[in-house]
Write a protein of this length. Structure first.
Length: 207
């Protein structure tokens, strides 16, 4: 499994008026990164062994083949949703009064530049009722000869997006690393005191 470590530069935030709210947002970033990491691991495992109708693998969990074949798609979407949550949370922090907004804004801009189709794919995933009818943003008919609704092309989740073009997000270690780096940039931009620590934490008593 890929482990995406974050380092909290300290235990206490300094110079922040609403410490509780900001710490809650930072914890949300950590949890969303964990969601992306776990979903990526499950995505890779679900694609490791092809499952065919009537095979032992298809019946091992008492799950119909029609459900089993959906597993990679479920995990791919979970990665996309987690990455989108990270992007949105950093975007909010970049506009929060009293924080080093320019440094956090750079983390946000770097994130968006590295995954330019993330929001477009997420929006289409959340508006399949429109895309399936060939409608884009604002219910405007899409000018496209081909509709792609939740397709996996190798390790890329593909959708027809709101302007009729094709948008993709790679479900890979590299995509999650982009989020890891943006979160770490955000953490590092803040002023901390107290000992630093790493996440994810190991189970108590483990090495």
């Amino acid at each position: 499994m890929h482990i995406f470590t974050l380092r909290y530069p300290g235990t206490n935030l300094d110079g922040v008026a609403d410490v509780r709210t900001v710490m809650t947002q930072l914890a949300t970033l950590e949890c969303s990164l964990a969601d992306a990491a776990v979903a990526l691991d499950l995505f890779e495992k679900s694609r490791a062994i092809p499952v065919l109708p009537g095979s032992d693998q298809a019946n091992a969990s008492d799950m119909p083949y029609g459900y089993t074949r959906r597993l990679p798609f479920i995990f791919a979407h979970t990665v996309v949703y987690a990455l989108d949550a990270i992007s949105k949370t950093i975007g909010v922090l970049a506009k929060t009064s009293g924080l080093p907004n320019s440094d956090i804004q750079k983390a946000y801009d770097d994130f968006k530049a590295a995954l330019p189709n993330l929001l477009l794919v997420r929006n289409s995933a959340h508006h399949v009722e429109d895309r399936a009818r060939g409608l884009g943003k604002g219910q405007v008919p899409l000018q496209t000869p081909f509709l792609s609704i939740s397709n996996l092309i190798d390790n890329r989740l593909n959708y027809t997006v709101e302007d009729g073009s094709q948008g993709e997000v790679e479900i890979t270690k590299n995509s999650v690393e982009v989020a890891q780096q943006a979160i770490q940039q955000t953490f590092n931009a803040l002023s901390w005191s107290g000992p630093s620590w790493d996440a994810p934490m190991s189970f108590p008593g483990s090495k």
